[in-house]
Design a protein. Sequence first.
Length: 455
Amino acid sequence: MSSVLPLSGSLRNQLAVTLIGGAAILAVLLFFVVRAYAAQVAQQGQDSILVASAASILDAAVIRNGQIEIDFPYSAFSILNTPEDDRVFYAIHRDGTLLSGYQNLPQPHIQPQDTKTIVTERFRDETLRLIRISRVLVGENLRTEVFVTVAQTQDALSVTLNTISRTVALFGLGFFVLSALLSFWATSKTIDQLTRLTTSITRRGPQDLTPVDKPVPVEMVPLVTSLNTLMGRLDQSLKRSEDFIAEAAHRVRTPLATVRAYAEATLQRVSREENRQALRSMVHAIDESSRAAGQLLDHAMITFRADHIDLQEIDLVEQVREMVRNLSPIADMRDVTFDLKTDSDVSIAGDPILLQNAMRNIIDNALKYAPNDSVISITVQTGETISITFQDQGPGFPATQIGDLTKRFARGSNANGIIGSGLGLTIAQEVATAHGGTLELSNKPEGGACVTFTF
């Protein structure tokens, strides 16, 4: 019997999401780390050029006749040329007095132990990278300190960083895609171990409860060990169930058969009519009890095997013929004949014991209700479906009860005085369901019951 298990998501998806999520986080971290490092390197490059420009200007500063003279070298500003035509600002101060350059250009403070400072400032609504260096000039009877400030906009730097960012983003995207593909591959390889184990167990026959002995990863050892333990307990339980059914059948049927034999022997010896009638009632009751016990055990066996159905290739025509041969002596005692019609070759995959039990119960019902000197027709045919049809010439099924006759212990209103337990059609119905088929009850227009077993 199968049941729907509650699901808690997909292990494959959880593993894939975890790996891909980790790859995405690494890709984002990689982007910011590489971009930050690239920005640092690019900024150091600009700073070095600014330092060289300011130093070349300061190197050109001399004292002549008590005055500061600076002959601007061409290279001081040419080295600051960029493809984006960044703007360059400068200012030269002597002891706090502007000698040349932009009046309001920021003048960051230089620490006493340093000779230069590099900062980023805002000037005229633009972001500037600014360097300020100083040097003490000594002349005849003169000592003075000169400050040179050079600043440059960062348009070229921004373009460079944007280019680097795009490149790093593409690299990070490629890394993420590759990581995602590797994650799917690794997930598939990991889950494949479970899939192979599942397939191996699914392909087993219902009677195969041998332990799993294929190599498995270390992480799956607890699962496989528990599964092997469960199958071992199940195997023992099934064997005990089979032994119980066989033993119960023997324990129940043998005493009843013995009592019946004694009752029949006694019936032959007594002469008083009331005693003979009592013995006949006893024999009838024993027959009902024996049949009820037998069908209860059959039903238990059907229920047991239906959950562990053992499919085999069966020649359905031959099995029906064998059943007819086995029941012909009983039919002959009531002058009932079998009319068997079959197609040439009809084979199915089924459980021979279950099918034999179902057909025996259907034919046995037909024999009980068929009048003397009548015919029971059995037709085996194949087409879109395979079917076995059983027809008798008895009273048929009660029309108002026909839908309930396959229920346990259900008997029709015309069953009075006929030995039965109400389990025959129930057994046939459960066997049909176990084989994925149907059992249909109907009445023939001319009279008589019709049971169709369809696969």
